[in-house]
Design a protein around this ligand. Structure first.
Ligand code: AHR
Length: 491
């Protein structure tokens, strides 16, 4: 089926914020413990307790920002429990995620060391649900104030002389549910109060992120924007893609048929609908688009793998998740005037993870490879395109995006073929370019819809070079295999 795409390199859109490629580390299942953190005494190679293999893999995809410690965990996290000598750290149960013991071995110092190792920025999610204003104020002080306060002295006693940079701070998480079951009016007023005490200490500049809606909860957005938009840098949005869009009857992550594949592709597109719906409401209160929409939880969500703790939300990751991730990125790019950050849930061992660990083994998932294929879009200028896609059972067969790196002049074009069985014939017309002198193309595809990487076969799904491009003037034609994602760089 023919898919036609056209764009013009002189007709530019906004900047694709690198933070759209953000990640999310929650104290949930094996994300922190076993995933990022194994402890100094572990035989698994580590840097002060943080897994080396995970750090190296994540550095390759240029993680720009990491959100922590939750999720629902954030609103029951008391940061003071996670500082100081390990033997004195408080133990409690992670009541939201499986009632397992939280040792607090991984706390503020460990998180910021992880960010330093990844060379990424920190997005700390503060506890508004069960924490006090003072507790939040003290945490910001402890992290970002250089001198002269009891909190900064305490940080120094605990081994960190210099303050850390705190570019992003979230005030609560899902406060309409696990974060306190609040009504939007109540949350908005409380937000105004808590954010007052999130201070910018000398040299620090914190961007404050308010708890936004789930899915299509437009009333939440309207109320919170009306009451509190003046006091925020960003408003969050959460949307998870599920089979049949049904939380109570999810499909499997690794064993499924074509209908479930189709369903995930279909409901991936709801992200576009929700972003546009919420943006329209935000426009009412913020026509200049100063407030960012921060999609700080997104991804596919299936039944937990059989035999694992149900509350650990551990799932596999197939080529289906890769195609869904690619469509997500294309949607985020197209809405980059409003969407300034997005954080995939969760980086390691939980929902749509990019990395899975099994003891000392680490594997990269198909979704990891999409982050790799798309990393060159970070901070580029978006090139809006017109698409005339073929049909895949009532859905667009393909989904595309393009951007230009203003420094190098290189154009990046990415596309996915969501069709489970058929090739997509592609015709990409690039206007404003005399002739294309050089291209490289990289492809991710798999023999079956359920193909995934395992400990035994870690490279079932991996990126390969693609040599099937036909170029004539400013036109590129090629045949894109089913179940695939591709990036072409064009000079
Ligand atoms: O990602 C799992 C959970 O989903 C998060 O903790 C919560 O914010 C959301 O409901």
């Amino acid at each position: 089926m023919l898919n036609k795409v056209e764009f013009d390199i002189s007709k530019k859109g906004g900047q694709i914020s690198k933070y759209i490629y953000g990640h999310f580390a929650e104290h949930l299942g094996r994300c922190i413990y076993d995933g990022f953190w194994v402890g100094r005494e572990s035989e698994i190679p580590n840097i002060n307790g943080i897994r080396k293999d995970v750090v190296n893999a994540l550095k390759k995809i240029k993680v720009p920002v990491l959100r922590w410690p939750g999720g629902c965990f954030a609103d029951e996290y008391h940061w003071m429990d996670g500082i100081g000598p390990k033997r004195d750290r408080k133990r409690c149960l992670n009541t939201h995620w499986g009632m397992v013991t939280e040792t607090h071995d991984f706390g503020t110092h460990e998180f910021f060391e992880l960010c330093e190792l990844l060379e990424c920025e920190a997005y700390v999610a503060g506890n508004m649900g069960s924490g006090t204003v003072k507790e939040m104020q003290d945490w910001v002080d402890y992290i970002s104030c250089a001198n002269g306060t009891s909190m900064s002295e305490l940080r120094k006693e605990n081994g960190r002389e210099e303050p850390w940079e705190l570019p992003f701070f979230g005030i609560g998480n899902e406060n309409w549910a696990c974060g306190g079951n609040m009504r939007p009016e109540y949350y908005a007023d409380l937000y105004r109060k808590y954010q007052t005490y999130v201070k910018n200490y000398p040299g620090s500049s914190v961007r404050k992120i308010a708890c936004g809606p789930n899915e299509d909860n437009y009333e939440w957005t309207d109320t919170v924007m009306k009451i509190a938009s003046k006091f925020m840098w960003g408003l969050s949005l959460h949307y998870y893609t599920m089979v049949n869009n049904n939380f109570h009857n999810m499909g499997n992550s690794d064993k499924f048929g074509e209908d479930d594949w189709h369903s995930i592709i279909k409901y991936t597109y709801l992200m576009d609908k929700y972003i546009n719906g919420h943006s329209k409401i935000m426009d009412k209160y913020d026509p200049e688009k100063k407030v960012a929409l921060v999609v700080d939880e997104w991804g596919t969500w299936y039944k937990a793998i059989a035999g694992t703790n149900r509350r650990f939300l551990h799932q596999q990751n197939t080529i289906r998740d890769a195609v869904s991730a690619s469509i997500h990125f294309n949607i985020f790019h197209a809405n980059c005037d409003r969407v300034k950050m997005a954080n995939l849930a969760q980086t390691v061992n939980v929902l749509q993870s990019v990395i899975l660990t099994y003891g000392e083994t680490m594997i990269k998932t198909p979704t990891y490879h999409v982050f790799d294929l798309y990393k060159e879009h970070q901070d580029n200028t978006h090139l809006p395109l017109t698409e005339n896609p073929g049909d895949y059972r009532g859905l667009p067969q393909t989904s595309s995006t393009a951007s230009i790196n203003e420094e190098t002049g290189v154009v990046y074009y990415s596309v996915s073929n969501a069709d489970s069985e058929n090739n997509a014939e592609m015709e990409v017309v690039i206007n404003g370019i005399n002739s294309i002198s050089e291209t490289t193309a990289h492809l991710l595809t798999a023999p079956e819809i359920t193909t995934h990487n395992t400990m035994e076969e870690p490279d079932n799904v991996h990126i390969v070079e693609f040599s099937g491009l036909n170029i004539s003037g400013g036109k590129i034609t090629f045949r894109l295999p089913p179940r695939s994602v591709m990036t072409i760089s064009i000079k």
